[in-house]
Design a protein around this ligand. Structure first.
Ligand SMILES: C[S@@+](CC[C@H](N)C(=O)[O-])C[C@H]1O[C@@H](n2cnc3c(N)ncnc32)[C@H](O)[C@@H]1O
Length: 261
């Protein structure tokens, strides 16, 4: 059962932004982050490698001509954001950020909202509601390709994550892409799994790890782009001077798929 995102529990979004070096946190957030890093020091590298992958993936997809992105579980703004990377290639790129944490939504809306970059509250456990959201429909053209991003979020979604992605996929036009990272039960030690599950259980987003095969199955209907499903740092690495997050990590697997039908 997911926990409420009403500020009464440590926020996975604030902990993650803090791990990236992009947020000052205090109180219950600080306590959870310090406990997590103390017991599981590589979690900081995992967050940073994840973010580096996300930015490279958006750049690569934008380079194929995709100018629209739907970023699910976007987290707090951390520069560069998805829209910064997309707009470096396509100044008129349109981006919708979705998160189920109201504090993330209000923070994003306060920093950038309008002119083709909008943030809406939505929950991946109800993908139809996201697809029907008036601001999503007003910002994105579903008859043209969309970069669908579900990075470091599906491991917070219990149950049938494949069904969630499939219903989103069915709304997409050919040429759309799916970008995923997901914490993997087969690449983490038992100790790491125990620590991660215990600490995130207290946050707004308890963790649901999946196997490599289950993560691969999220790409049903998509063709995986080379190099396939790999640790985030191994996905199309760039020269160190171009990489803001050079860290390596083993906790998550990452991939990008293209929708060809
Ligand atoms: C670890 S952050 C990832 C941020 C960003 N995607 C990235 O990788 O840089 C996870 C985000 O997912 C959000 N989240 C968790 N469960 C969610 C759900 N069921 N629906 C939508 N967002 C969710 C959290 O509030 C948090 O902002």
């Amino acid at each position: 059962m997911a926990h409420p995102t009403d500020g009464s529990r440590p926020s996975s979004a604030r902990i993650y932004a803090h791990l990236l070096g992009g947020a000052d946190i205090d109180g219950a957030d600080r306590e959870a982050a310090d406990t997590l890093v103390g017991a599981f020091p590589s979690v900081r590298d995992a967050g940073r490698a994840n973010r580096g992958f996300l930015l490279r993936a958006v750049r690569e997809i934008a380079a194929t001509g995709v100018t629209q992105f739907l970023d699910l579980g976007s987290g707090l703004p951390v520069h560069p954001n998805v829209h910064d990377v997309a707009r470096a290639l396509h100044p008129d790129a349109r981006v919708v950020y979705v998160d189920n944490d109201p504090t993330v939504v209000s923070h994003r809306q306060a920093t950038a909202d309008g002119d083709g970059v909008v943030t809406v509250e939505g929950d991946l456990r109800d993908p139809e509601k996201i697809l029907e959201h008036p601001r999503v429909r007003a910002t994105l053209d579903f008859d043209r390709p969309i970069g669908l991003i579900a990075v470091a979020v599906l491991h917070f979604v219990p149950g049938d994550a494949q069904a969630v992605i499939s219903s989103l996929r069915d709304a997409l036009a050919p040429g759309s892409h799916l970008v995923v990272t997901h914490a993997c039960s087969e690449t983490m030690s038992e100790e790491e799994i125990k620590i991660g599950e215990t600490i995130y259980q207290r946050t707004s987003s308890p963790v649901n790890l999946r196997t490599r095969a289950e993560i691969n199955a999220l790409f049903d209907g998509f063709d995986l782009l080379p190099p396939g499903l790999v640790p985030p740092a191994d996905w199309r690495p760039v020269a160190p001077e171009l990489e803001p997050y050079p860290e390596r990590s083993h906790e998550m697997l990452a991939a990008v798929g293209a929708l060809s039908r």
